[in-house]
Design a protein around this ligand. Structure first.
Ligand code: GLY
Length: 430
């Protein structure tokens, strides 16, 4: 919808239980958000769709779920201890900190005080491990999930002997000590990523880069992100991450501006070579046919899961008029909608309607568990509630149902209703 504001999305997210501010009863914790009952369902559906598309249905992809805490050695070898930084300035008066590239001039935007010279601020979160008496060991919450794939490269090679090209994939939490978290789910300190490292022979890189670029567009369409609002940006050498030789950002027109949604990077053999040197493990690949031994190169598509949730919500948000009344609905693809269908007895004080509706719901739940029940208020209000969370269909059991075993099925987007035999309901809905 044109003119959609972030405030509108934030308030829908809160009202309908998608996303709440983190630790809100204590005033909130900057850069953290908690997913509510609808948000967690949406997020898990997106993650599952991603996993099915890029991992489960492919023979060349191997899934992982690696640890969040990793030792300092990993981050030293990966270059993050040195290079994973943002320039920071601090106000000499109020001590507030800002990203140097987010403020203009030399005055503090909050109090007008003088800002310090910029210094590099490392985004990794250290964690002290072990009892203090024997001295603690410093580990780090992972700043990117990619390193879990590089440190397990040898394990997967040893267990499965995959042939190049192949990928290691995972989704999970990453942590960045952002100087200035902002824009809702966009820039946060704790977030979810989905990504894979696709290992190739060096001479394949351009061809595979193109292949994954197209696949990322196919994903954008499948998950329900408005393609018209997505734009590729060739990232300049100065702006690329320290490990990348080429990066394309997929930017999305968020309500607060055009910002990075996904990234596609050619990481060369940078990570495996560095980990091979630092760990003294053999991280080469042996081509059985040519007997050639080399360190594979890597193409890396990265998908922010929270940013996907935000882009999917922004793409799905609609306001229209139905039956002379204004309404809000989310035109979510059924595969990601938190609730697939809502079942409802027309009147909640008629036991025969309630019993029949319960029977229908249980029948549908055997096919898909995400079937809601709502018998509160009048039927129009029930429809509106489901519209706001993007439920594709509402099924109503009325007195005709008791006579002829048909129900009404209401379509979210058009508001139109049709009668469907209970026997055909599952094939109509799913
Ligand atoms: N692995 C790339 C990123 O986390 O941005």
């Amino acid at each position: 919808m044109e003119g959609l504001t972030l405030d509108t999305l934030v308030s829908l997210a809160k009202r309908r239980g998608f996303v709440y501010p983190g630790s809100e009863i204590y005033g909130g914790l900057a850069g953290t958000f908690d997913y509510g009952p609808m948000g967690v369902a949406l997020k898990k559906n997106i993650e599952q769709l991603w996993w099915n598309r890029f991992v489960a249905t492919r023979d060349d992809m191997y899934g992982l779920d690696s640890s969040i805490i990793m030792p300092e050695a990993v981050w030293k070898a990966s270059g993050h201890l040195e290079g994973f930084t943002d320039p920071m300035v601090e106000c000499e008066k109020c001590k507030h900190r800002f990203r140097a590239d987010h403020v203009e001039g030399e005055k503090c935007p909050d109090c007008g005080g003088k800002l310090s010279a910029a210094r590099q601020f490392n985004l990794l979160f250290p964690v002290e491990m072990g009892a203090a008496s024997g001295g603690t060991t410093t580990g780090y919450l992972r700043g990117e999930i990619a390193q879990g794939m590089f440190v397990n490269f040898k394990n997967v090679i040893d267990s499965f002997h995959p042939k190049l090209p192949f990928g290691l994939a995972q989704s999970g939490k990453a942590f960045r000590n952002e100087i200035a978290p902002r824009e809702f789910l966009f820039r946060v300190r704790e977030f979810d990523l989905m990504e894979f490292e696709y290992f190739i022979r060096p001479d394949m890189w351009e061809e595979r880069f193109e292949y994954w670029r197209k696949e990322m567009w196919a994903w954008i369409e499948e998950v329900g992100i408005d393609k018209e609002k997505v734009h590729e940006l060739e990232v300049s050498a100065d702006d690329r991450a320290h490990y990348s030789k080429r990066t394309i950002d997929f930017e999305f027109d968020f309500p607060f501006g055009r910002k990075e949604l996904y990234g596609l990077a050619y990481r060369t053999d940078y990570d495996l070579s560095r980990h091979g040197e630092a760990s003294k493990e053999n991280l080469t690949y042996l081509d059985e046919e040519t007997k050639e031994k080399f360190v594979p190169h890597v193409i890396e598509p990265t998908f922010g899961l929270g940013r996907t949730v935000l882009a999917v919500l922004a793409s799905a948000y609609r306001e229209d008029e139905l039956g002379g009344e204004k309404r809000v609905y989310l035109a979510l693809p059924p595969a990601v909608a938190p609730v697939k269908a809502m079942v409802s007895p027309l009147l909640k004080n008629k036991p025969e309607l309630v019993a029949k509706a319960r029977e229908v719901r249980e029948m549908l739940r055997k096919v898909n568990p995400a079937i809601a029940w709502d018998d509160n208020g009048n039927i129009g209000k029930r429809y509106r509630r489901q519209d706001e969370i993007g439920t594709p269909y509402c099924v109503t059991i009325d007195f005709d149902t008791l006579e002829d075993n048909t129900v009404t099925v209401r379509d979210r987007d058009t508001g139109e209703q049709k009668r469907v035999a209970i026997a055909d309901l599952s094939s109509t809905l799913f």
